[in-house]
Design a protein around this ligand. Structure first.
Ligand SMILES: [Zn+2]
Length: 287
């Protein structure tokens, strides 16, 4: 390859910049009505929920800053142009909080560990930091709309909450639910394999067959979907533990794989191999 002259490099840079910016150009924000005044919103990144109160809109999760104008346009359309008042973050991952400051909400609520971890991230815009935090539960009654934010013990990270829309029988699970695919468990940010499985079981025990379940990623689901997800985790963990008990090395377990039954849960982010490597890091059972 011939050596590129500086102006050629500059030209290449100029040509490639719009391509980077365009990653979100074709993303549309779609709204699915779930109950009176409540919608699930999809675009790129973690699924959002929008709740329209008498004089404000409440949004759960923020996707990316590049989508903020489109998200605000959709909220205006759904709410007869009410302002975004309260933004709630289910946890600290970029595909749920990157849009925080660009959306310009009046306040941002999250678990205390989300504020701690985002504050430590020097690249995160200070204007997007949560303005109100809690550690256990927070019930909100906002101009006729009720919701309850509940912290569950370390699972996906150490700062995950779920949002109950109790009078509508809907729950937003954030990334404590990946519909139809192996979940990401962020062990570097306080996650826990057994905590994750236990939290999913907890939600199953607290919903009914009519409950609508908004997952962090994937399609709207329900109790049966959560039960399939839970079974997948329990059974693949048992498989891995059985192989460990037989004395197989981690490499041999990855090589052996989980078998045909679980292939459909594999996806580009959490491949079968990555899921096995997560399961291999499950905490030992306390006796
Ligand atoms: Zn996440």
């Amino acid at each position: 390859m011939p050596r590129l002259q500086p102006y050629t490099l500059l030209l290449l840079l100029i040509i490639s910049l719009p391509a980077l910016a365009n990653r979100f150009a074709n993303v549309e924000i779609n709204a699915t009505p779930l109950a009176d005044n409540l919608y699930m919103l999809t675009g790129s990144g973690g699924n959002m929920a929008a709740l329209v109160a008498d004089n404000e809109v409440i949004l759960i999760d923020a996707q990316y800053a590049e989508l903020a104008d489109k998200i605000n346009a959709k909220l205006a359309e759904l709410s007869e142009s009410k302002a975004l008042g309260t933004l709630i973050n289910t946890h600290m991952h970029g595909d749920h909080v990157n849009g925080n400051s660009a959306l310009m909400p009046k306040r941002i609520i999250a678990h205390a560990n989300v504020l701690k971890r985002l504050t430590a991230d020097q690249a995160f815009p200070r204007k997007g930091l949560p303005t109100e935090t809690f550690t256990s539960q927070l019930s909100l009654n906002l101009n006729g709309q009720k919701l309850r934010l509940e912290y569950l013990p370390p699972s996906h990270t150490d700062g995950d909450i779920i949002v109950w829309f109790e009078d509508k029988n809907v729950v937003h699970m954030g990334d404590m639910m990946f519909e139809g695919r192996f979940p990401f468990i962020d062990l570097n940010n306080g996650g826990s394999v057994r905590g994750y499985i236990a939290n999913v079981a907890y939600v199953i025990a607290n919903i009914d067959d009519q409950t609508k379940v908004i997952p962090g990623h994937g399609q709207l689901t329900d109790k049966a979907g959560l039960q399939r997800f839970h079974q997948m985790m329990v059974r693949t963990l048992a498989q891995v533990e059985l192989m460990q008990a037989k004395g197989m090395s981690n490499e041999q377990i990855v090589e052996a794989g989980l078998g045909e039954e679980w292939q459909q849960w594999h996806w580009n982010f959490i491949t079968e191999e990555r899921w096995i490597n997560t399961l291999l890091q499950a905490e030992p059972l306390t006796k």
